[in-house]
Design a protein around this ligand. Structure first.
Ligand SMILES: Nc1ncnc2c1ncn2[C@@H]1O[C@H](COP(=O)(O)OP(=O)(O)O)[C@@H](O)[C@H]1O
Ligand SMILES: [Mg+2]
Length: 360
């Protein structure tokens, strides 16, 4: 037996001349909640469809629990599927929808009733058995789809943007619920999304895809703090990206010349790229300080304030440094009477260890 539930080995998918998934290697351990995250069109659904067996790789191998699936049809892969449009049967009750797959497999009636009830309990829909889909809200319908997918007790659940038809509040509530269901059932979850917050909130591990390849994978916090490329730095959370024209090693890390701007220090990253093209710093890591209040060891940046946006809980300041490089920073609300005015000079402090070096 393999320690991995799912393995993709050099998997490629081409449509005509175009490869939309390009030689991907991916290993998903049993019980993990892994998210495949990337912008629209990067190949997430294509990858999931190949795992599900709806589409065959142009080359490479897909293994489930150590066995190649190249000759295994979708219904024999023991996977549960949840998609964006829940596709419930409108003429069937909730219980009939959830029991559909079980009936197809010839599960006996009394046993089926118990499994359906247990699946509905899992998604907090006990008591809804006799309703029809039209009598349910969008969130409830999606939960029925989830119950239907888990009822046959698959070892792996594949979810393709299952929350994207729901409104924000419900989506956030469902995140917590999905995570809780995952923990309770112990199934492997492969979750496809273009929403980085969703992926950050739920996943044990995130696989970031870009143009049919894996840009980076790791635990959410690591990817956020140590993005491997400009693409990842910009896609996961907000980042300020500054072009670096030259850099050299210094005692504590690196000295970076920002194009047409100041020289700043960056901490020694564990995995500094060979060719530095950019550096990034998160908005919450740029601090507005008094002219004489830059703490020792911190980078000092002089900037011109462009815009202040008040979000209530915090303010977002847009500033310009050097030859016009734009930086965004977050700041606690500033008391009335001390308001900042666009056009004024401000002093910023940035900890070198919060500056990331990024490859070209
Ligand atoms: N059956 C198909 N024939 C041709 N091109 C396809 C087909 N399915 C998907 N594609 C293309 O493959 C790329 C990746 O699609 P998809 O996997 O659906 O992306 P995602 O799910 O990340 O948004 C897109 O450019 C899409 O147009
Ligand atoms: Mg898709």
């Amino acid at each position: 037996m393999s320690e991995f539930d799912i393995e993709l080995q050099q998997v490629r998918k081409s449509f005509g001349q175009v490869s939309v998934v390009r030689d991907i290697d991916l290993q998903i351990p049993k019980g993990e909640f892994v998210s495949i995250l990337g912008p629209s069109g990067c190949g997430k659904t294509t990858t999931l469809n190949m795992i599900a067996g709806f589409s065959m790789p142009s080359r490479g191998d897909i293994r489930i629990r150590g066995r190649s699936q190249m000759k295994v049809p979708p219904e024999k892969r023991n996977l549960g599927l949840v998609f964006q449009n829940y596709a419930l049967f409108p003429h069937m009750t909730v219980a009939e929808n959830v029991g559909f797959g079980l009936r197809m497999r010839g599960v006996a009636r009394p046993e089926m009733k118990a499994i359906v009830e247990s699946a509905l309990r899992s998604v907090h829909l006990e008591g809804f058995s006799d309703r029809y889909p039209r009598e349910l809200s969008g969130g409830q319908q999606q939960r029925v789809a989830l119950a239907r997918a888990i009822a046959p007790q698959p070892s792996v659940l594949l979810l393709d943007e299952p929350l994207s038809n729901l409104d924000l509040k419900l989506r956030e509530a469902m995140r917590a619920e999905l995570k809780e269901i995952h923990e309770r059932l112990g199934m492997t979850f492969v979750y496809v999304t273009h929403d980085q917050e969703e992926a950050m909130a739920m996943s044990d591990r995130i696989v970031v895809m870009e143009g049919g390849t894996i840009a980076q994978q790791g635990v959410p916090g690591d990817i956020y703090r140590h993005p491997a490329s400009r693409f990842v730095a910009e896609f996961i959370g907000q980042s300020n990206i500054l072009p670096v024209s030259a850099y050299s090693r210094s005692a504590a890390g690196y000295k970076l010349s920002i194009e047409g701007g100041p020289v700043i220090l960056a901490g020694a990253g564990a995995d500094s790229p060979a060719s530095v093209g950019f550096c990034s710093v998160r908005p919450q890591n740029v601090r507005l300080v008094g002219v004489d209040d830059v703490p020792p060891g911190m980078n000092r940046l002089e900037a011109t304030l462009r815009r202040v946006t008040d979000f209530g809980a915090h303010q977002e300041l847009e500033v310009v440094i050097g030859l016009g490089h734009r930086l965004v920073l977050q700041h606690p609300p500033i008391a009335a009477g001390h308001a900042l005015a666009p056009g004024q000079m401000v002093t910023l402090a940035v900890n070198p260890s919060d500056v990331r070096l990024l490859a070209v």
